[in-house]
Design a binder for this molecule. Structure first.
Ligand code: DGI
Ligand code: FE
Ligand code: FE
Length: 187
């Protein structure tokens, strides 16, 4: 799909603030794809659509997760985690994107997963370091992202887990699995 068409489809789904974030993720994903040798067009498309379902109701997302037999553990965790898998489903159904690599990068953009693909890592990291993001530790991850993709994704996962723990929030098991995978397997 052409970039401007994709942006049109996404813009109407999002607030202005979230759309600005999306443009930042798009720009960052393209830069990372060039740096690390990923498919630039796929990275751009996945980045554009990554938060497509962000403003769907809890009820709609929950029904999608049930209908599509997504990981049942999601239902026992914060609904913030639902927009990523629900987004992958909706982007296929409503926007007609059928590229499994792109859909998978959307699906795993919040938690990561063990054995992440290059494209999944790029979208996950771009979501974390896009220019509009301002939180403790993000500049360190930006610096690492200039040198080593795996180290940067690991740093982002680790920061996210520490952030959740600092707020006494539960950590979704797949987020922990992602962390363990990077620690044990290095990529
Ligand atoms: O959609 P974004 O705000 O751009 O970013 P995101 O999709 O990475 O994260 C959405 C939210 O999900 C964020 O507020 C933190 C939360 N989150 C990420 N991983 C976990 C999590 N929440 C819980 N409870 N457990 C997790 O493992
Ligand atoms: Fe998201
Ligand atoms: Fe995002």
């Amino acid at each position: 799909m052409e970039r401007n068409r994709a942006l049109e489809l996404v813009k109407v789904q999002l607030t202005d603030k979230r759309y600005a974030h999306t443009l930042g993720v798009m720009e960052t994903a393209v830069m990372l794809a060039k740096r690390y040798g990923a498919d630039v067009e796929k990275a751009e498309l996945a980045a554009i659509f990554h938060d497509y379902a962000k403003f769907r109701s809890k009820e709609e997302m929950k029904q999608i997760l049930i209908d599509e037999q997504e990981d049942v553990r999601l239902l026992g965790f914060h609904h913030e985690l639902w927009h990523a898998p629900a987004g992958a489903v909706l982007v296929r159904k409503e926007a007609g994107v059928n590229d499994e690599e792109v859909l998978s990068a959307i699906r795993w953009h919040t938690t990561g997963r063990p054995g992440m693909t290059l494209l999944e890592k790029i979208v996950y990291l771009a979501d974390y370091i896009e220019p509009g993001r301002r939180f403790p530790g993000v500049d360190d991850v930006r610096t690492i992202a200039e040198q080593n993709l795996n180290d940067a994704v690991l740093a982002a996962v680790k920061n996210s887990i520490l952030f959740l723990m600092g707020k006494k929030q539960p950590v979704f098991p797949v987020t922990m699995d992602t962390y363990n995978d990077f620690i044990q397997n290095g990529d």
